[in-house]
Ligand binder design. Structure first.
Ligand code: UGA
Length: 446
């Protein structure tokens, strides 16, 4: 084993989505890892191989890492003592009533880590933070433990592909200080990620501010791409053009690319919406708000799609939602996830219900979360239950199971064969051939 493949003792502070996946992945890479999680029940569950969220492939990885003896979980920060590397993986949600990010958890985690941090150890921030945070935390670290160093190392994992994205990322970004401390931080990070580095993964070594901004800039770009095509969908609706064909055609240009040009209900989840808002708030604090005013429009376009979807449902239901039965297929913010944070699907479902429709929601994985957090919505287990006697069916999260529904058989369950494809994901011809009236955002009505 070469020096760069040496196993390290690592702590991961905060074992939510990012932290739990990161901790198990670091153990998979051969390191000895302790995950520190304040929520005692969550820490105990993880230690027993129970995953508190749906993420394909993660349970197997967690169990394998636990069985190797290299991964443990605790609620006591003292167990992080002596680790060569400490990863900060806590959440940075949107502050209530504001656009800015709430840094409470980052600050609390750093404060508790400083109590156990030893000389020569490396603190690595992975949370998505407003630019400038790392420099501030580096000062705190330097004041308390002069020989310790802070690095900023954002992650780019997507829900649904979290394991793959952590073990085989498309790039590594290290934000480090100048001079010998920075060189040491880079060397230690290369040891942590030895296998990933050996795969010739592109690596960008930079300063703190750039590393922090890479993350928010990437998410802003993705959000902009989605809102761009959704703005085109609005125009298509006004002109009778077809947004799917438009996306296919412009996507053939390599410089544009077809990915993230799927028009529909728009983006949700725990990342893109809050990240673009926090980015705008930070730009305002820095006196550069004009640079990001376009993101306000990106956000507006995105939110308008939800309103338009409700409008479309009203139109197909002969102009009134009152007393109509509507089936909503999908509740998670995207397929292969049970995450319902800022889910466009639930937002639309709730609006339909408020406007007098009887709404039945279903989702292959998110049902439990819907019942827990959206008790006012009725949630059932199967699409057939949701669609029984329905006046309209809305596909709002493009799960494979829904794309594979047989429109002829499914048509026997509903009262009226009307389908609204909120994700432009269904085989339109097949549904129309089975006698369904098909409507979608940005599509020509045939
Ligand atoms: C996003 C980024 O893609 C990750 O790179 C990043 O690491 C992560 O946020 C994060 O900050 O932690 P994620 O929130 O898992 O990942 O979801 P995406 O796959 O980006 O999808 C976001 C939303 O956009 C979903 O609601 C999806 O339905 C929607 N979307 C995506 C579209 O409406 N159209 C598209 O063409 C693509």
């Amino acid at each position: 084993m070469s020096e760069s493949e040496r196993p390290l003792k690592i702590s991961v502070i905060g074992c939510g989505y990012l932290g739990a996946v990161h901790a198990a992945s670091m153990a998979e890479l051969g390191h000895e890892v302790v995950g520190v999680e304040n929520d005692v029940a969550k820490a105990e569950g993880l230690a027993q191989g129970r995953v508190p969220f749906f993420e394909p492939g993660f349970e197997e990885l967690l169990r394998r890492s636990l069985a190797s003896g290299r991964l443990s979980f605790t609620s006591d920060i003292k167990d992080a003592e002596g680790a060569a590397v400490h990863f900060l993986c806590v959440g940075t949600p949107q502050r209530r009533g504001e656009y800015a990010a709430d840094l409470t958890y980052v600050e609390m985690a750093t404060a508790s880590l400083l109590d156990v941090l030893g000389p020569g150890e490396l603190v690595v921030g992975k949370s998505t933070v407003p630019v400038g945070t790392a420099a501030r935390l580096a000062e705190l670290v330097a004041e308390r433990v002069p020989d310790a160093v802070l690095a900023w190392n954002p992650e780019f994992l997507r829900e649904g592909f979290a394991v793959q994205d952590t073990l085989h990322p498309d790039r590594l970004v290290y934000g480090i200080p100048d001079g010998p401390d920075g060189a040491r931080a880079e060397q230690v990070l290369d040891t942590v990620y030895a296998r990933i580095v050996a795969d010739e993964t592109p690596k960008v070594v930079t300063d703190y501010a750039t590393a922090e901004m890479v993350k928010t800039a990437a998410n802003s770009f993705l959000a902009t791409k989605i809102s761009f095509i959704n703005a085109m969908a609005e125009l298509c609706e006004a002109t009778g053009a077809d947004v799917k064909q438009l996306a296919d055609a412009i996507g053939h240009d390599d410089r544009i690319g077809r990915k993230f040009l799927n028009a529909g209900l728009g983006f949700g989840g725990g990342c893109l919406p809050k990240d673009i808002r926090a980015f705008m708030a930070r730009a305002g604090e820095l006196g550069a708000d004009q640079a990001l005013t376009f993101l306000r429009e990106v956000d507006n376009i995105n939110m308008r799609r939800r309103i338009r979807m409700v409008e479309l449902a009203r139109q197909v239901c002969d102009g009134s939602l009152l007393g109509k039965r509507i089936a909503v297929l999908g509740a998670a913010f995207k397929p292969e996830s049970d995450d319902i944070r800022d889910s466009p699907a639930l937002n639309v479902a709730a609006q339909l219900q408020l406007q007098g429709a009887t709404v039945l929601v279903t989702d292959p994985q998110a049902g439990e979360n819907v019942r827990r957090h959206w008790a006012q919505l009725d949630c059932v287990d199967t699409p057939e239950e949701a669609a029984r006697n329905a006046d309209a069916v809305l596909l709002l999260t493009e799960w494979r199971q829904y794309k594979e529904l047989d429109p002829a058989a499914f048509g026997k369950v509903v009262k009226t064969r009307r389908v609204l494809d909120g994700r432009n994901a269904l085989d339109r011809e097949a549904w129309e051939a089975a006698g369904w009236t098909y409507r979608a955002l940005g599509r020509r009505n045939l």
